[in-house]
Design a protein around this ligand. Structure first.
Ligand code: F6P
Length: 521
């Protein structure tokens, strides 16, 4: 596989020239006026997701150059290397195979099946593990004695399952209550424990490494609480979801569901880390979630780049970040159940692509991950949309809306959809007739993602779409999207400071930390 960094391709210079010639002054309103087919040209169906890209600052010539950039950087080879199981996470020497977790079992009658045959054994292991996890999920669902499921985990061991359980609230088994404890701040665990009884609680300790200090601390406190409140059967009330089964056993948990080092934390909701979701929506629902994601994998793997939605979105991200200089993207889900979707995307994009060196370790002369932020619409409208419409910075907005709601409250859904469309329209059209404080410049870009309904299948497809679009921009930027060394330094320093909080020793510390420690000790 030959990856070429984006700034070393001919297309990069051509994009710079195109940006200066027409990109900088590109006006989406004029583009619509000049091309009655613009909506058709810049919108498309992908599995379970319809995407309208037509309100973006892009035309056919720019998209052609971006596709040339993708080709010249070796995007297709890089993608194929991921699907071949190559160790594309080079700094950790690991394959990147979260997609295998949603690959159906091999059918001997279909030799041309997507998964490479040399992975047949690993795929069998995936399905054996999945079957065991789903059987456990069904057992918990059928067990009326268990009413509360507490997931203890952080980062990818929290955000994925939490986001998905909330998003699929309409599918959650009545009588089961889900709690997510991630923060080491004791207030969080304490607030959850106050509501629980040991005999009706199942704790899921979710940690890929089973070493993360926040999770270990919360798990230890949960275990102490359980035992001190009369709980006896750890095997029934605690399960661990981890690649480090030995550490979970040493901790005292014998019920374990494993996964593999080729599943990155932020890509792990499809693995045993998804157990809370499987309990919530059942084995069949979880399989539909995997199937939706698999359909998107196949779209990404096989569709020509020009009609490949993750590719188009990822290239647009590069266009905005490196040529227009936009430093953030606002995510606006017009569905209240998607309340943790922005937080989930923050980790996915910013932990994957928040890198300042290329895959070879050389410093980059261009920007990478944008800041991802947002809140469910319409709440965001009454908070920060002011800035999106009239601020000095432009932040592209990515709307998500759902055609059919899962409630029958009269009038609400039409109003919600009207707001989503109106906001996208207002960002683009602006308003020039009032002047002064009431002037809206318009030409503010947005993308509109539309799902028929929010279901396990469509959520799976939406999340896989986002994973692959992050792959695309990271690939073009020439970085390793699958490591996260940037989180390590703080962890080391926290250990040192924790000891100093106890001892009061400030030797060798910087003046600010000395001052703050003096106030705290
Ligand atoms: O500190 C970052 C990180 O490693 C994330 O990448 C990961 O999702 C999270 O911590 C939790 O890690 P673990 O699942 O090993 O507890």
């Amino acid at each position: 596989m030959n990856r070429i960094r984006c700034d070393r391709t001919p297309a990069w210079g051509q994009l710079q020239a195109a940006f200066e010639a027409t990109g900088r002054t590109f006006d989406v309103r004029s583009a619509f006026a000049a091309d009655p087919e613009r909506f058709e040209a810049f919108s498309q169906c992908a599995p379970h997701v319809f995407a309208d890209l037509s309100k973006n600052r892009i035309d056919a010539a720019t998209e052609a150059l971006l596709l040339a950039l993708a080709q010249q950087t070796g995007l297709a080879d890089h993608r194929d290397a991921m699907f071949a199981g190559d160790a594309i996470n080079t700094t950790e020497e690991r394959a990147v195979m979260h997609w295998l977790l949603r690959t159906p079992p091999l059918d001997p009658a279909m030799p041309a099946q997507s998964v490479h045959r040399h992975m047949a054994e690993t795929l069998n292991e995936v399905h054996t593990t999945l079957d065991a996890m789903l059987a456990f999920a069904e057992q918990v669902r059928a067990d009326d004695g268990i009413t509360d499921i507490v997931n203890i985990g952080i980062g990818g061991s929290d955000l994925g399952p939490q986001m998905a359980v909330l998003a699929l609230d309409a599918f959650v088994l009545p009588g089961k209550h889900f709690h997510f404890v991630s923060n080491v701040d004791g207030h969080e665990l304490n607030a959850v424990l106050k509501k629980l009884k040991p005999e009706s609680t199942l704790f899921l300790v979710a940690s890929k490494t089973f070493t993360t200090i926040e999770t270990m601390t919360n798990a230890q406190s949960a275990k102490s609480w359980f035992e001190s409140h009369g709980g006896t059967d750890i095997a029934r009330h605690f399960a661990a979801l981890t690649t480090n089964v030995a550490a979970a056993n040493a901790f005292g948990i014998s019920t374990t569901f494993g996964f593999w080092d080729w599943v990155g934390g932020r890509y792990s909701v499809w693995s045993a880390i998804g157990l809370p979701l499987a309990i919530a929506i059942g084995a069949q629902g979880f399989k539909e979630f995997l199937a939706g994601a698999h359909a998107m994998d196949e779209h990404f793997r096989t569709t020509p780049l020009a009609r490949n939605l993750p590719v188009r979105l990822g290239l647009l991200d590069v266009w905005y970040r490196n040529f227009h200089g936009f430093t953030s993207r606002s995510v606006a889900p017009y569905h209240s159940a998607l309340k943790r979707y922005p937080a989930y995307l923050q980790q996915l994009e910013m932990e994957s692509n928040g890198k300042r060196v290329d895959a070879a370790g050389a410093a980059l002369p261009y920007g990478t991950a944008p800041v991802i932020w947002g809140e469910p619409g319409t709440n965001g409208q009454h908070a920060y949309f002011q800035m999106l419409h009239q601020g000095t910075d432009v932040a592209p907005v990515e709307f998500v809306a759902v055609k059919t709601p899962r409630h029958d409250l009269h009038g609400h859904h039409a109003l919600l959809l009207a707001n989503a469309l109106a906001q996208a329209q207002a960002l683009m059209l602006g308003k020039a007739d009032a002047g002064g404080h009431k002037h809206f410049t318009g030409n503010r870009p947005s993308t509109f993602l539309l799902l028929d309904e929010l279901s396990p299948t469509s959520l799976g497809a939406l999340i896989a779409l986002q994973e692959h679009r992050v792959f695309v921009s990271g690939s073009v930027w020439g970085i390793n999207s699958f490591d996260q060394w940037g989180v390590e330094l703080g962890k080391v320093l926290a250990k040192d400071i924790e000891a100093r909080l106890a001892s009061g020793d400030v030797t060798g510390l910087d003046g600010s930390t000395v001052g703050l420690l003096a106030l705290l000790t």
